[in-house]
Design a protein around this ligand. Structure first.
Ligand code: PLP
Length: 327
């Protein structure tokens, strides 16, 4: 099997560690047909004190909220999932990685009502560098406004991170790539700026940092929340408000935030250069990007308590291994 990601030896599955190659599904699993999964994306950073998972408990809490919206009940508790994440990183001997908890509706139901399909929960991790490329973190990316809108409130629940929602993001991302852009920015059904295909978005104008307000069309990103907190720590004024599309073209600085994308500057939108042009991160973007990465990597103190080390993990019974011995 060829893939664009690096596999790791172990995957956690409902209390057991199984081999990567054994984590397979039947084609009739409900999730395959109807996108019935919820998931999280979490990053673990290498720090001087060892691997630290960034805002693990906030991610797990959002995961369980997503499950609740979709009436899914994982077999584990939040503490057990947190312990599983730490143990998985250790077993896979990774210092730094991306962690993907996912609950799926499995094999059972053929129709839309998923009640006959069991909820199966996995945690996977693998090494994953900068989502939009290491150069993008420095130089920024070219983005477009997508012809695809985000779903209206009360269609797909945007606060839930569910697999099926990402069909919308895929349309955006594929269109952007086909037209030579690295990323896409979606408008809400009312024509206001919403978010990227898998990122939130911030703009800077006259030193004020602004991001779209929660309007039921965007995910409440944990990185978004971190950037708001770090910017306020720095004395930067932050606003959450409605953003008309044209403010993308008149901003001094623009950047995406997300667990995968971290803080990625945007250097142009629809081929209009951001700010003075020349690419790269502007001063406010650079300030929050640096602080974010320094906190995540344990280079500076963690005033908000965002780093989670395995020694601090809640004690859960050591999960069993599925019929295998580990050295
Ligand atoms: C649609 C969407 N918006 C925003 C984000 C950013 O969220 P977070 O910072 O919690 O990763 C993501 C990433 O998961 C996403 O998929």
């Amino acid at each position: 099997m060829s893939a664009q990601f690096e596999s790791t030896p172990w995957i956690w599955n409902d209390g057991e560690f199984i081999r990567w190659e054994d984590a397979t599904l039947h084609v009739m699993a409900h999730v395959v047909h109807y996108g019935s999964s919820v998931f999280e994306g979490v990053r673990c950073y290498s720090t001087p004190e060892g691997p630290a998972i960034f805002r693990l408990h906030d991610h797990i809490s959002r995961f369980f909220d997503s499950c609740r919206v979709y009436r899914m009940e994982p077999a584990c508790t939040q503490d057990e999932m947190a312990a599983a994440c730490h143990e998985l990183v250790q077993r896979n001997e990774l210092e730094e990685c991306y962690i993907r908890p996912v609950s799926i509706r499995g094999y059972g139901a053929a129709g839309l009502n998923p009640d006959a399909s069991p909820v199966e929960t996995y945690v996977v991790c693998w090494p994953w560098g900068a989502y939009l490329g290491a150069v993008a973190l420095e130089e920024g990316v070219d983005a477009c406004v997508s012809t695809w809108n985000r779903p209206a409130p009360n269609t797909y629940p945007a606060l839930a991170k569910a697999g099926g929602h990402y069909l919308n993001g895929q349309l955006m991302k594929m269109e952007a790539a086909a037209n030579g852009y690295a990323e896409a920015i979606a408008l809400s059904p009312s024509g206001l700026v919403s978010e990227g295909s898998g990122q939130n978005l911030f703009l800077v104008k006259n030193g004020i940092l602004t991001t779209p307000e929660p309007d039921g069309t965007l995910l409440m990103g944990i990185t978004r929340d971190s950037i708001i907190a770090l910017a306020r720590d720095e004395g930067i004024e932050v606003r959450e408000e409605a953003i008309p599309r044209e403010r993308l073209y008149t901003a001094d600085e623009l950047f995406f935030t997300g667990t995968a994308s971290e803080v990625t500057p945007i250097r142009s939108v629809d081929r209009i250069q951001v700010g003075g042009g020349g690419g790269g991160a502007g001063p406010v973007t650079r300030t929050v990007q640096e602080r974010f990465l320094r906190v995540a990597r344990g280079i500076e103190p963690d005033p908000h308590g965002w780093r989670s080390y395995s020694a601090d993990a809640p004690s859960a019974d050591a999960p069993a291994l599925a019929g295998v011995e580990v050295a």
